[in-house]
Design a protein around this ligand. Structure first.
Ligand code: SAM
Length: 221
């Protein structure tokens, strides 16, 4: 039986990769990448020369069929996303779902490591024995319901937001959850890593216009 390794890669700092992940990447017959250019930066740093192939959210069924053929021929494949743990709010889970649903004879093996949501939760200072992860905030449809549910939520909640929408999302939080405490974690593990804490209006005041660049995880309590 062949193996498909689901490998967590750094969310910024290229040192955040496990020894096991490096060994498996080195030994893989093929590395499936969300974006091969992105992954090649990591592979170059660790002098890994395994072949790569793109697999992303727009990949069609014939790409999945090609992957299944390789697995059925006994090839050992590794799956990585641009950052963090594949399948967590990124394309990997579609492939895994397909393999499981179609009972493809492959062992799916996690190689654990960084994930932005876990990094944010562990520094939030909020209870983490029972939390909910909400993925990305909906842009239009479902946006109001998203914040209404957040207002009712008793557990610590975490979600992802893009730099283009973080200000709009802070405005929504000021409206729907003005009294909740939040931690907005920006650029985790990177040079400009910053965590802004407080109520939504306090955090909104702290984020200067030149700080809306980068990647964000929002944690709400
Ligand atoms: N699979 C990834 C993981 O395990 O973290 C998440 C992929 S998702 C497509 C990308 C989102 O994760 C970004 O838009 C941002 O919200 C969050 N993210 C990724 N890296 C981050 C970082 N270094 N700091 C803060 N948020 C980050």
């Amino acid at each position: 039986m062949s193996n498909l390794y689901i490998i967590a890669t750094p969310i910024g700092n290229l040192e955040d990769i496990t020894l096991r992940a490096l060994r498996v990447l080195k030994e893989a017959d093929l590395i499936l990448c969300e974006d091969t250019r992105q992954t090649k930066k990591l592979l170059a740093k660790y002098e890994i020369n395994s072949p790569t192939m793109s697999y992303h959210q727009h990949s069609k069924l014939n790409k999945i069929n090609k992957i299944v053929d390789l697995l059925e021929c006994g090839k050992n494949l590794a799956l990585v996303s641009d950052a963090g743990t594949p399948g967590i709010s990124d394309p990997g889970n579609k492939l895994i779902e397909y393999l499981v649903e179609n009972k493809i004879d492959v062992k799916i093996i996690p190689i654990p490591g960084p994930s932005a949501v876990i990094s944010a939760l562990c520094i939030s200072g909020f209870p983490t024995d029972n939390f909910i992860f909400l993925g990305f905030v909906p842009h239009k449809k479902g946006r109001q319901t998203f914040f209404e549910n957040l207002a009712k939520e008793k557990r610590t909640a975490a979600f992802y937001e893009s730099p283009h929408r973080i200000i709009k999302t802070l405005e929504s939080m000021k409206k729907y959850i003005p009294e909740k405490e939040i931690a907005v974690c920006r650029e985790l593990t990177k040079i400009y890593e910053t965590t802004y804490r407080g109520k939504p209006d306090e955090v909104a005041k702290k984020i200067a216009p030149d700080q809306v660049k980068g990647e964000f995880v929002v944690v709400v309590n």
